[in-house]
Design a binder for this molecule. Structure first.
Ligand SMILES: [Fe+2]
Ligand SMILES: [Fe+2]
Length: 311
C-alpha cells in the first residue's frame, strides 16, 4: 500500500470514528435498566421466540474473541481501534439485555442460563479473514445481516404483544445499523483509494461469508432452519436484503460489480439501475437550471412557432 493511500485511509477512518462517537454520545446511548419498558414483558411469548433470543445471545457471547482478536489486527489504526473499543462496549450490552429478557419473561432460570453458557465455553471464535480490509468488508456484511435479524425478531415480538422485547430490540437494531454504517463508509474509502484490491476482496469475502460463531454454537443448523421458517433470517433473505443492497450501495461500476463476483445478470441489473438514476438526476438538474415555459408555446397552423401571436 502506498504511504499516501495508507495515510489518507487512516485520516478517513479517524474522522468517521469521531463522527460516529459524537453521534452515539449525543443520540444513541441507552440503558438496560432505564430505557427498556420491562413492565411490558409478556411471559406468554412463544417458546420459539425465547429459543431465538437465546441463540442470538449466544452469538453475542463470543465478545472476548470479537474484540480481542480484531483489535490485534487493527491496533495500528487509531480510527479503527478506538471505534472497536466503543463497538465492544455496545455489543456487550446486547448479550446482557437479551439474557435479562430471558430471565424477566420467566423463559429461563439463572441456572438454565449458566448451563447454556457453560455449553459454549471452551469454544473460541477465530478471525474469518486475516487482512484488515477484508475484515472491514466482513463486518459490514455481518452487521447488516445482524441488524436484519433483530428487526425481524422485533416484528415477531410486537405480534406476540411483548413490548419489552420489542423495545429492547429497537435499541439493539439501532446499534447494529450504526455499526454497519461505520463499516460501509470504511469500505467505500477503501474502494476509492484501492479499487482493484477492494473489489477482489469483496468477491473473496462474499464467497466465504458465514455468520459469526456458526461452528461454535451447539444446534446451529437446526436453530437456523427454525429462524428461516419463522421469516426472520435465511439464505434468501441474505441474498435479497443483505448482499444485493450492499452491492447496490457501494456504487460499483459494471466491471467492478462483475469482478466483485456479483454474477453477470445481477451486475447488469444493478448497473442499469444506477445509470438510469444518474440519467434521471441529470435531467432533473437540467430542468431546474433551464427555465422551462409553464405552457407549451403557441404553434401556428403549420406547426411553426408564431413569433407574434395575434391578439
Ligand atoms: Fe450486537
Ligand atoms: Fe454490531
Amino acid at each position: 500500500m502506498s504511504h499516501s493511500a495508507a495515510a489518507q485511509l487512516e485520516a478517513i477512518f479517524l474522522e468517521n470514528f469521531l463522527k460516529y462517537f459524537k453521534n452515539a454520545e449525543a443520540r444513541r446511548r441507552w440503558s438496560i435498566t432505564r430505557d427498556v419498558p420491562w413492565e411490558k414483558v409478556n411471559p406468554a411469548s412463544s417458546d420459539l421466540t425465547a429459543d431465538i433470543v437465546q441463540f442470538f445471545s449466544a452469538v453475542e457471547m463470543f465478545l472476548p474473541d470479537y474484540t480481542g482478536k480484531m483489535m490485534e489486527l487493527i491496533r495500528r489504526s487509531r480510527g479503527r481501534a478506538w471505534f472497536h473499543a466503543n463497538w465492544g462496549y455496545e455489543e456487550s450490552k446486547h448479550s446482557l439485555v437479551l439474557e435479562d429478557w430471558l430471565l424477566r419473561s420467566g423463559k429461563r432460570t439463572e441456572e438454565q442460563l449458566r448451563d447454556f453458557e457453560n455449553s459454549l465455553q471452551g469454544a473460541e471464535w477465530e478471525l474469518p479473514f486475516d487482512h484488515p480490509r477484508q475484515m472491514m468488508i466482513y463486518t459490514m456484511v455481518q452487521e447488516l445481516a445482524t441488524g436484519l435479524n433483530y428487526t425481524n425478531l422485533r416484528r415477531r415480538a410486537e405480534q406476540e404483544g411483548d413490548g419489552a422485547l420489542a423495545g429492547l430490540l429497537r435499541w439493539v437494531a439501532a446499534d447494529e445499523s450504526a455499526h454497519y454504517n461505520f463499516f460501509r463508509k470504511g469500505v467505500k474509502a477503501y474502494l476509492a483509494l484501492q479499487p482493484e484490491e477492494t473489489t477482489a476482496d469483496l468477491k473473496f469475502v462474499f464467497e466465504h461469508f458465514s455468520m459469526p460463531a456458526r461452528a461454535l454454537i451447539p444446534g446451529w443448523e437446526e436453530r437456523s432452519r427454525e429462524i428461516d421458517a419463522a421469516g426472520i433470517y435465511g439464505p434468501r433473505m441474505y441474498f435479497q436484503k443483505v448482499r444485493l443492497p450492499i452491492l447496490e450501495d457501494l456504487g460499483l461500476t459494471r466491471q467492478q460489480l462483475k469482478r466483485a463476483g456479483a454474477g453477470d445478470d445481477v451486475a447488469d441489473a444493478i448497473a442499469d439501475r444506477a445509470e438510469q438514476k444518474a440519467e434521471d438526476a441529470r435531467r432533473a438538474v437540467v430542468c431546474r437550471t433551464h427555465s422551462v415555459p409553464p405552457f407549451p408555446e403557441a404553434l401556428g397552423p403549420s406547426g411553426r412557432r408564431r413569433l407574434h401571436p395575434k391578439l
